[in-house]
Design a protein around this ligand. Structure first.
Ligand code: FES
Length: 116
């Protein structure tokens, strides 16, 4: 499968996240499209690996997003959990920007646990 349109670039302000649901080869996948403090866009699973709540409701700081429920931070570039109570990473997905369109490939998941 290939990248799908997730949203418009203008939908995601600096330091903000937008929840979208994309259909991958294995069904619907909740994705948080996030613009970090440097203005770069990221796509990360919208399910915290600790409690399965929505990460897009969390706070963006630098290149991380904080889970609103218990405070674990995740690296937007790799999905790695940077602090307890979460210990497992979350999937991140490749993002491309085509003009105003933000494209995310949910079938090309990056799983940092495979590297750790
Ligand atoms: S639910 Fe996200 S850190 Fe607990």
């Amino acid at each position: 499968m290939s990248a799908r349109q997730a949203c418009l670039a203008s939908d995601v302000a600096v330091g903000q996240a937008v929840r979208v649901e994309l259909t991958g080869e294995r069904g619907p996948i909740p994705v948080a499209v996030v613009r970090d403090d440097d203005g770069d866009l990221h796509a990360i699973s919208d399910l915290c690996s600790h409690g399965a709540v929505s990460l897009s409701d969390g706070e963006v700081e630098g290149y991380t997003i904080e889970c609103w429920l218990h405070g674990s931070r995740f690296d937007l570039r790799t999905g790695a959990a940077l602090g307890l109570p979460a210990t497992r990473p979350v999937p991140v997905y490749p993002v491309t920007v085509d003009g105003e369109h933000v494209l995310v490939d949910v079938d090309a998941v990056h799983r940092p646990s495979e590297e750790n």
